[in-house]
Design a protein around this ligand. Sequence first.
Ligand SMILES: [Zn+2]
Ligand SMILES: [Zn+2]
Length: 243
Amino acid sequence: MDVKRIFNKGLDLIFPPKCIFCGQIMRIGTTFEMCTDCSANLPWITANACVKCGKPTGLNENKMLCSDCKNAGHLYARGTSVFAYTGMVKKALQRMKFEGRKRYAIVFGFLMAQQLKKMKNWPIINIVAYTPLHKKRYAKRGFNQAKLLANEIAKHLKYTLAEDILYKVKNTPSQSSLARGQRQQNLYNAFRLNTKIDVKDKNILLVDDIYTTGTTVNECTRYLKAAGAKGVYVITVAIGKGR
Ligand SMILES: [Zn+2]
Ligand SMILES: [Zn+2]
């Protein structure tokens, strides 16, 4: 056993790998921190999702638009999520963001990459982008969870990550604190695009942690499309339930 492995084993004994969802201590040497119990019981999105945003519709058909998408006319092309935003997934995402659990991105990013491999009729992705945090919010949190996820996805699927292609110029209140009707107004003119990165005729994967009404990813899409992007495809870890 080499020094690095002994060192890692030592770390595992002090900080044993734990399932990111339930906290169960896992076998020493485990690098993928999701236990089999959680794997069997988490709210995976399987069938019957909205064909546009990927929200579970609860309908029997898989080709329907949810009522949000029917009304909103989103600018992005297609979206998908790994989980419904509920229960242990919701709690894990909150810990990731507000308790600094950056390593959760390893599990989530891998699952997102797996999800992307399953998508039918999606084009070849040219660039991976992510929703930005305002610099004040970034300074407070120390990281952007969407960027960590995008980085993992890019690594697994050998995509090109466009760092800081979008940035946020307005430090807006959290979208989750607002009613549906206020969300678009809140983000009006809130983003800018780094024009040094060429997006013309490119298909872009836009990564975020949570999708609720789609306002954030839609506003980001507006800038990418205005700069000539061909299509914007969205993936999030989790998505709120459809109406
Ligand atoms: Zn677990
Ligand atoms: Zn939808």
